[in-house]
Design a protein around this ligand. Structure first.
Ligand code: CP
Ligand code: NVA
Length: 310
């Protein structure tokens, strides 16, 4: 059976834990090495990953490219606008053709159904590099960062402030799969998708997702405070939304309510002075550069899982 990584649930709790452990050990094993030097075992020697971008990217593009190099493989990076996909060739036909050339496909797109369609018609693994609905690769890196800093994930308390977006959806899913608590404070009208919340609630057991309008309540006692841009890719800038989000800006005052060793995370790119102030994102509790680096290490594990090597 082909292993696609479209959402975190595809791997299940055991798969996710195994990936996080592998990411951690590979990261340690190559500490201080030149970044382009392959890992000793070159587990993906000869393998090629095609990447399709229908939206901008810095981290996802470079970290997947470097991940494949470190695993002994190579990549082909394509902007959808320069592909026949951008002129109307179907996702299904694109999947059928690319499957004949490459060993796996990563796609960043808008509609989640496009990734599902790509997986349906592909005969090689498909990885979700962000859709309007979810961003599972990001949360693998976030979980790795929390594990590194805290030593464990289970039992931690995560607080999200701001827009109920794709990144939050994957955090909600992660909390329900791996047993950590997620509370989100979102302004009315910008809640996460009720279907994502309902699915998480069904499986969450002792760790149900909590939604509140109260930013202070959400961050009080939190081990991890997270936010993201108020205007995601593909969304129009709306003054009404910016005004609604203003009370959810991550400030030093709000961070002071978190646990003493509470971390600040942001998937980046950040809009400093909007969702977070400089004093927090550049402050002592911010782990954003480790988080960004961990995209590379976590995605190596995602790739290895897709190829059945984890
Ligand atoms: N966090 C993240 O996915 O960054 P990019 O948009 O730069 O890939
Ligand atoms: N929510 C953001 C995440 C960017 C990595 C977006 O979709 O634009």
């Amino acid at each position: 059976m082909i292993r696609n990584f479209i959402d975190l649930a595809d791997a299940g709790p055991d798969g996710l834990r195994a990936m996080l452990a592998d990411a951690d050990s590979r990261k340690r094993m190559r500490a201080g090495w030149p970044k382009g030097k392959p890992d000793v075992d070159r587990p993906l020697d000869g393998h090629v990953l095609a990447m399709i971008f229908e939206k901008n990217s810095t981290r996802t593009r470079v970290s997947f490219d470097m991940a494949m190099r470190q695993l002994g493989g190579t990549t082909i990076v394509m902007d959808a606008g320069s592909m026949q996909l951008g002129r109307g060739e179907s996702i299904a036909d694109t999947a059928r053709v690319l499957s004949r050339y490459v060993d796996a496909i990563m796609i960043r797109t808008d509609d989640h159904a496009k990734v599902e369609a790509l997986a349906e018609f592909s005969t090689v693994p498909v990885i979700n590099g962000l859709t309007d609905q979810s961003h599972p690769c990001q949360i693998m890196a976030d979980m790795l960062t929390v594990m590194e800093r805290r030593g464990n994930l289970e039992g931690s308390r995560w607080a999200w402030l701001g827009d109920g977006n794709n990144v939050l959806h994957s955090i909600i899913e992660a909390g329900s799969l791996l047993g950590f608590d997620v509370t989100a404070a979102c302004p009315e009208g910008y809640d996460p998708d009720p279907a994502v919340v309902a699915t998480a609630k069904e499986r969450a057991g002792n760790h149900p997702f909590v939604l509140t309008r109260d930013a202070e309540l959400a961050v009080t006692g939190a081990d991890v405070v997270l936010t993201d841009t108020w205007v995601s890719m593909g969304q129009a800038h709306a003054e009404a939304k910016m005004a609604a989000m203003a009370p959810y800006q991550v400030t030093e005052t709000l961070m002071a309510q978190a646990n003493g060793d509470g971390l600040f995370l942001h998937c980046l790119p950040a809009h400093r002075g909007e969702e977070v102030v400089d004093a927090v994102i550049d402050g002592p509790r911010s782990a954003i550069w480790d988080e960004a680096e961990n995209r590379l290490h976590a995605q190596k594990a995602v790739l290895l899982w897709c190829f059945g090597k984890i």
